[in-house]
Design a protein around this ligand. Structure first.
Ligand SMILES: NC(=O)c1ccc[n+]([C@@H]2O[C@H](COP(=O)([O-])OP(=O)(O)OC[C@H]3O[C@@H](n4cnc5c(N)ncnc54)[C@H](OP(=O)(O)O)[C@@H]3O)[C@@H](O)[C@H]2O)c1
Length: 294
């Protein structure tokens, strides 16, 4: 009998894309787990919605019942320290208790102790929780999304200046859709492996290279202004970046500068059969999306 596969966080951007791709790959039952099933209108035929909220133990016990393999999508709960890791541990442990036989988790690159990234500890602790179940698993260490650039590019294009503490470090930006398709493919494959995979785009980019590319494709010169961490934090705060986001950005830059982002891998192509989207293609499709004053 075909196994039952479940994706948590199915109303989120990655979760939704993963469910849609999974429906093209898996002939058996698929469950879309979310805090609010009302948000899941228009799911592919045959996909059942279930309420799963990592803050609600009863929903976890009920939600994972009869499920064989689970993709746990990391949450966005940054409001108080410790909340996200408690959520993830609750989900991992509930899945194991419910008899799930294979776990997948969306982590980040190199989250081990020593990572400067403020949220790395959440991912490291969750990876450890997944491994501690003893179950076959795939930890998907997803590089930063290409789409993250959408947050900063409008301001960069408006000012012509890209403040950065990333130095000469490289980021192998990945399309969110490619990460979702890779996760769905790994879930559908159902191997018995215990593995940790870097999910990346096709090449690593320095900030200067992304600035050059964006200048060329989006029609506005961009100058990179290298800053120390403290000066970057001060500049971001002065330009209205929300306070909780400031250390996130600064420590992600530091992480890049220290060479802690992975080299590009072939994981997306290997799992999905399709090469990952390039950063050139991503930026090309943004042409005309932003007002670029001369
Ligand atoms: N690699 C990167 O560059 C990058 C960038 C941003 C975020 N991320 C991480 O990757 C995850 C997926 O990315 P995304 O683009 O899909 O983010 P998103 O659209 O902001 O989705 C947030 C996700 O968190 C889930 N969630 C929040 N609270 C939850 C709870 N109490 N119980 C269960 N699930 C909960 C949501 O599920 P429901 O709404 O369906 O309940 C949803 O899947 C994010 O949550 C974050 O951990 C990675």
């Amino acid at each position: 009998m075909a196994e039952t596969l479940l994706v948590t966080g199915a109303a989120g951007q990655l979760g939704r894309l993963a469910v849609e791709h999974l429906a093209t790959l898996h002939p058996g039952p698929i469950v879309a787990g979310t805090r609010d099933p009302a948000k899941l209108a228009g799911l592919p035929a045959g996909v059942a919605a279930r309420r799963i909220d990592f803050d609600d133990a009863a929903s976890l016990a009920e939600g994972f019942r009869g499920v064989d393999r689970v993709l746990i999508v990391s949450t966005d709960a940054f409001d108080r320290p410790g909340r996200r890791v408690a959520q993830h541990r609750a989900a991992v442990e509930a899945a194991a208790r419910a008899g799930v036989r294979r776990l997948l988790y969306t982590s980040m690159p190199n989250p081990e102790p020593g990572s400067p990234v403020v949220f790395a500890g959440d991912h490291h602790a969750t990876e450890e929780a997944v491994r501690a179940t003893g179950l076959p698993h795939t930890i998907l260490r997803v590089s930063w999304y290409q789409e993250n650039l959408l947050g900063s590019l409008p301001g960069i294009l408006a000012s012509g200046i890209w403040t950065s503490a990333a130095g000469e470090g490289r980021v192998p930006y990945v399309a969110r859709l490619d990460a979702a398709r890779a996760a769905a493919a790994a879930l559908a494959a159902g191997s018995a492996a215990r593995e940790t995979i870097d999910i990346t785009g096709p090449r690593g980019w320095t900030v200067a290279e992304v600035a050059d590319l964006a200048s060329r494709l989006l029609g506005k010169p961009i100058r990179v202004l290298p800053l120390e961490d403290a000066a970057l934090a001060e500049t971001l705060a002065r330009h209205g970046v929300p306070a909780p986001m400031v250390p996130v950005i600064v420590t992600m830059d530091r992480n890049t500068r220290e060479g802690r982002m992975p080299a590009p891998t072939d994981a997306v192509a290997r799992l999905t059969g399709t090469p990952p989207r390039t950063l050139e293609a991503f930026l090309e499709q943004l042409k005309g999306s932003f007002p670029v004053a001369a």
